[in-house]
Design a protein around this ligand. Sequence first.
Ligand code: AMP
Length: 586
Amino acid sequence: MGKVIGIDLGTTNSCVSVIENNMPVIIPGTSGSMTTPSVVAFTKKGEQLVGESARRQAVTNPDRTISSVKRHMGTNWSVKIDGKEYKPQTISAMILRQLKKDAEEFLGEAVTDAVITVPAYFNDIQRQATKDAGRIAGLNVLRIINEPTSAALSYGLNHGVAQKVMVYDLGGGTFDVSIIEIGDGVVEVLATAGDNHLGGDDFDDRIAQWIVNSFKAEHHTDLSRDFAAMQRVRDAAERTKKELSSSGSSHIVLPYLTQVKGEPVHLDLTLTRAKFEELVSDLIERTADPVRNALNDARITPSQLGRVLLVGGSTRIPAIQEKVRQMTGKEPSKNINPDECVAKGAAILGSTLQGNAIVAADTGKDLLLLDVTPMSLSIETVGGVATKLVDRNTTLPTRYSRIFSTAAPYQRTVEIHVLQGERPMARDNKTIGKFRLKGIKAAPAGVPQIEVTFDIDANGILKVSARDLDTGKEQSITITANDRMSEEEIRQAMADAANYAGQDQIRREAMEVLNDSQSLLAKTEQALKNAGKQLDKSVKKQVKTDITRLRKLVTKCRLDKVTEEEVEEMRTTKSQLESSAAQMQL
Ligand code: AMP
């Protein structure tokens, strides 16, 4: 049985872990760092880049570089590149495939099984999309687990003293807060709350906006219209933000940022920590409500918290730590690595799912994990009301049935409209699926008995079924929200991914020949110029012909579609040019 990897598929960075000698270890990425930027890029030559290499070229290739795709998971967002449309699942799959490859190189064996983490506040569609991304990447996703739960798992392993713990997780794009009870080998989530659209990216945006405004005041030029300049501004904004976590001010210098009236203009600004805190104070304040809600749902006061754990890169911001201190009256624990603990928890769960008992260090007992639903689940009933079947923070897995009836006389069909959210009216909640139960026995209104069952598995993924108790007719949900990928689309994406992976070797060879050819062309053209008139006419003619032929092949070559024959042709043509160029030196 192969090893299971734990993947923290983050908005900004991703991290992979595996159990070695009964302890979770982090698998380094290709660049050697412990996390991999969640960035995908398509080069103009048709190559797909993932991670550090994609992040590095973002400034020069902004419209073909995709970052923070996690923010789009479960929506109908897509990006079109070279006429091909990519959904969030497909882009995420590219990141996952890279992580899988890194793990395989690290372990020296094939890896297929994985546990992937998602924000606790991810809805059903976002979870499904994450699972689909795993499938497209060739992974067998054993479980989707909530990030804070995962963090607590890695914490619980080391410090399994019985206590209630708050996990405050502020990453690049999402905010989650969970109240978790750890003790006696059990990790139980008591409540969870959060904001799907709040994270470090928003802090970067505020700094970027401040830079744009300051630049406008000084140079009367709107930087936001200059795409390439904005990419550099955003990069600088993130760097500045990080610097301000450890120093009181940050100097932002961007030479040759843009042109004003044909003249190059440099950016030179200083942002103080105090000003930064002023720029983001409302964002920090927005974390307070979820904290209060989670505590209320868990029915505890801050004083009953044993510990407060900080997870996610944005919790390194001193003002965030101060806010947590102020809200909980506790000094947040810093003895876990906020970037690594989520992946480590997923690796621990992965290993336990495989039947390897990972035991709590102190109690010596197996760990048992109890997760909860992040939001209430309801169906729409008469008058557009959302009637709850499963309350938020119900422990998983769970199953709940309730009997409904028809609203009109002799109604033969009912529509089951499944909703997720806390609002009383259906229209204010998120539709996660709709289906029809047909063939209900004709009867006066209110007579038929229709049993609706919600079944939520340990991944937090929901199945809904409706059954007419009289006729026994049953219908299960097919998620109709158009945000989901169809089975056919997933298969197509899997085939595309496999195809791309199969092409890897050819592409690598093509890349090598292409690079060599380009430097040969440059060298020979220069030599031709230098040789001038002394050169034998027939040699000159031959070199020129070979240059034209090779240049044509180089220009035509598309790395995403290149065939073995094309590589071979380029290789032969390159050799020909090498021979004719050698004649020039004679
Ligand atoms: P995560 O999704 O947990 O990897 O968090 C990534 C976010 O944390 C990004 O928005 C980073 O800019 C942010 N981040 C990382 N390190 C720091 C730091 N030292 N200070 C402030 N924010 C940071």
